[in-house]
Design a protein around this ligand. Sequence first.
Ligand SMILES: Nc1ncnc2c1ncn2[C@@H]1O[C@H](COP(=O)(O)OP(=O)(O)O)[C@@H](O)[C@H]1O
Ligand SMILES: [Mg+2]
Length: 367
Amino acid sequence: MSLTRLSVTGVRNLQPVTLAPSPRINILHGDNGSGKTSLLEAIHLLGLARSFRSTRLNPVIAYEHPSCTVFGETQLASGQLCALGVARERGGDLRIRINGQNARSMSELADTLPLQLINPDSFRLLEGAPKLRRQFLDWGVFHVEHRFLGAWQRVQQALRQRNSWLRRGTLDAVSQAAWTRELAQASDEIDGYRRRYIQVFKPVFERTLAALLQLEELQLSYYRGWDKERSLEDVLDASIDRDRALGHTQAGPQRADLRLRIGGHNAADVLSRGQQKLVVCALKIAQGHLVSEAKRGQCIYLVDDLPSELDDQHRQALCELLEQLDCQVFITCVDSTVLQAGWKAETPVSMFHVEHGRITQTTALSE
Ligand SMILES: Nc1ncnc2c1ncn2[C@@H]1O[C@H](COP(=O)(O)OP(=O)(O)O)[C@@H](O)[C@H]1O
Ligand SMILES: [Mg+2]
C-alpha cells in the first residue's frame, strides 16, 4: 500500500502542495524550520486523524487559515485505488472520508493506511510508561488479527463496570460475578492474541536487530498483566479488597507490557541514545514485516530526522533495512548528501527540497 498522490492544504507553514511520491523511498531535505516534519505530520493526520506533535489539532492548522485538509490516493495491495481525505476546521469537527463516504470509525482509517512513525520521540517506547509499549503491541495485533478489536472493546466495557461497582459498591453479587467472568473471558482472548503475535514477532525482531546492532543479550518478553500461573478470575477474586480500597482493577490485560532487558537491566537504562533509536527502529521495522505478511499490503514508514544520533555505518544499515521492507518510506534530513547514495539502482528514490514551507521535487533518482 502506498500513497500515489498527496495533497496538503493549511498544515502548519506548508504552502498548498500536491505531490506524487515514489512508491518506495522519498527523501525530504531542507533547513531547520522549513516544514519537513510538517509534511510527515500531514501524512500522519491522513492515516490516524491526529498529530504526533500535539494532542490537539488546532496548532496544526496554518496560522490565519480556517482549516487544514489532507487528501491522499493510495494503491491497495489488490491494485485498486482508494481515496482518503481528512479535514479539520479550526475549533470544528474532524471529517474523514474514504472513497467519498464518511468513515465509520477511526479503526477503518487505521486499517486503510497503516503507518509507522520513527521520530526523535520514539525512544520513549523503551523508557516511557508501559502504555506506550502496549499501544505498540496492540497496533501490531490489530493489524494481523481483526477479532482483537471486539475483544478489546469487551474488556474496556467490563473494566468500566467493575471499576464503577468497586467505587460505589452498588451491584448485587450475581451481577458482580457475571461481570468478573466477562472480564476474565475477554482478557484471556486478548492475551491469546497478544501471545501468538509475540511468538511470531520475536524472531523477526531479533533478526532485524541483528542487522543493525550486536546486542545478543537483549531480551524481549511479554508480561500479560497478571500472574502467569493463575487465572485472571482467581487473581481478581483474591485482590478484591485491595481493588476496592484503590477504586480500580489492578490486574488484567490493561497492565500488559513488553519488557526489553539486558543482563537484568531495563534496556532504556543502559543503552546509548543511538542504540535506543536502533532498537526502536528494529521493533517498528519488524512490525512492518508482519503487517505486510498478514495483509499483502505494506505500511508506510515516516522516519523523521533519520541521520540524527547515528554514525555512517548504522545509518547505512538502517537505510538498507528500510529498503528491504519493500514499503513506501518518507525520510527527512537536513543534509541530503548523507542519504543520496547507497540505494540500489532499481529502488525508486525521489528527493524533495523543502524551503520556507514550499516543497519542490528535485530528483527522481531512478524509476
Ligand atoms: N500553525 C502553524 N502555522 C504556520 N506555521 C507554523 C505553525 N506551526 C508551526 N509553524 C512553523 O512551521 C515551521 C515548520 O516546522 P517543521 O515542520 O517542524 O520544520 P522542520 O521539520 O523542517 O525543521 C516552523 O518554523 C514553525 O514555526
Ligand atoms: Mg523537523
